[in-house]
Design a protein around this ligand. Structure first.
Ligand code: S3P
Length: 434
């Protein structure tokens, strides 16, 4: 287990690229596996989670070619059509990846064979009833531990189309139902309380599925064959946010993040930071396989902080750890409400944020659905030993918070960043000046 010392820094500057978007990578891999022929993906995420999706697909008989080293972003996947997956004799392992487990469950529910799907200790504690429930309504047979947790035993079944209203705003649940809808006769629709990331809808359209959107309802007509595609994946904005935050923590910073995904269902974090006073500019936007891509520039600027609550919380879900850890660097502090979902991510992110921020000297009030972190008035952070609870986003958020502290910090089990960003520390080292 690696401990990583984080020495306070003066600024971040220069040009940086982040690895391919994790959410989009999962979706392209899954759809390529169901298409008729060979798809070529460039910019496939370096994230361990996205390798978990490829590993599951290989076990389901899909031909996956991925080079190692510098070309690891190039992945070729040869699908054999909607009915081309084969039964895996071994248990499929989604490891730490909730997206892999929930999306693949949607696909496996509609197969003519049975599957067993498991994950690591963290994933086996995360709720799966949220996908089991709508899929069961579609005719799926899924048995889970206590009706809610992996391992999942999925008996393939003929599915029927449904109209489903999501009780929680979750792109993973929406995606599981839409992917199951690919295998159902007729039109399956999902209505969401708040618009969540729409990469599944965009990717399904790109691969030739018949999709329709009206307001907050998205529909798919089942059994339309998918076509193989050549697709390029933009950089992951959720990874870029750590570097943007570093620029806001460290005075004199001036940074450009190149080639990053700017899908409007993901950019709420940029709106929030701008509304807090961050000098962020978006330059050279273009479209790529239905997704927006561009460069984001940022200059150090003082932040007001503020309250994050209501509908926007679902659109900031992966960025909330970093936004909370920015609290002590803001004028008024940061308050997060309506975010109980944070407690059932890779860790209990509310508890882990509160505990580690307090270790660094921050004043924090923890609440069932969020937390309040006092601003600069409560004093400057000092270094501390941080336990990220094996959660990649915690390790990265506290690394950035530690850069602005007045004494060094240690991040325990720092290798957990590999879940989304294996090169995080080496890229950070390249842009940091001490
Ligand atoms: C994701 C959706 C979100 C997010 C996760 C990735 C996706 O999860 O937190 O990191 O790719 O669909 P929920 O659907 O549980 O909100």
């Amino acid at each position: 287990m690696t401990k990583r010392t984080i020495v306070p820094a003066r600024k971040v500057s220069g040009l940086v690229e982040v690895p391919g978007d994790k959410s989009i990578s999962h979706r392209y891999a899954l759809l390529a596996a169901l298409a008729n022929g060979r798809s070529e993906i460039t910019g496939y995420a370096a994230a361990a989670d996205c390798q978990s999706t490829l590993n599951c697909l290989k076990r389901l008989g899909v031909r996956v070619e991925r080079s190692s080293g510098a070309s690891a972003g190039q992945v070729a996947i040869t699908g054999a059509g909607l009915d081309g997956l084969r039964r895996s004799r071994r248990t499929l392992d989604a490891e730490n990846s909730g997206t892999t487990m929930r999306l693949i469950t949607g696909i496996l529910a509609g197969q003519s064979f049975d599957s067993t799907l498991t994950g690591d200790a963290s994933l086996r504690k995360r709720p799966m009833r949220r996908v089991i429930e709508p899929l069961t309504r579609m005719g799926a047979h899924i048995v889970a531990r206590d009706g809610n947790f992996a391992p999942l035993k999925i008996e393939g079944a003929a599915l029927r189309a449904i109209h489903y209203t999501l009780p929680v705003a979750s792109a993973q649940v929406k995606s599981a139902v839409l992917l199951a809808g690919l295998f159902a006769e007729g039109e399956t629709s999902v209505e969401e309380p708040v618009r969540t990331r729409d990469h599944t809808e965009v990717a399904l359209s790109e691969f030739g599925a018949s999709m329709r959107r009206t307001g907050r309802t998205v529909s798919i007509t089942g059994r339309t064959p998918l076509q193989p595609r050549k697709v390029a994946i933009p950089g992951d904005l959720s990874s870029a946010v750590f570097f943007l935050a570093a620029a806001l923590v460290l005075p004199e910073s001036d940074l450009i993040v190149h080639n990053v995904g700017l899908n409007p269902t993901r950019t709420a974090v940029l709106d929030v930071l701008c509304s807090w006073g961050a000098a962020i500019k978006i330059v050279s936007v273009h479209g790529e396989s239905g997704e927006l891509v561009g460069d984001v520039s940022i200059q150090h600027s003082p932040l007001t902080g503020g309250v994050l609550s209501g509908a926007v919380v679902a659109q900031l879900i992966d960025e909330l750890p970093m936004l909370a850890a920015l609290g002590p660097y803001t004028e008024r502090g940061v308050e997060i409400r309506d975010a109980a979902e944070l407690r059932i991510k890779e860790s209990d992110r509310i508890a882990v944020l509160a505990a580690n921020l307090r270790h660094m000297g921050a004043h924090v009030e923890e609440r069932p659905d969020g937390l309040r972190v006092e601003g600069k008035g409560a004093g400057r952070l000092h270094g501390a030993e941080i336990d990220p609870a094996d959660d990649h986003r915690m390790a990265m958020a506290f690394t950035i918070a530690a850069l602005g502290a007045y004494s060094p910090s240690v991040i325990r089990d720092a290798e957990c960043v590999a879940i989304s960003y294996p090169d995080f520390f080496s890229v950070l080292d390249r842009i940091v000046e001490r």
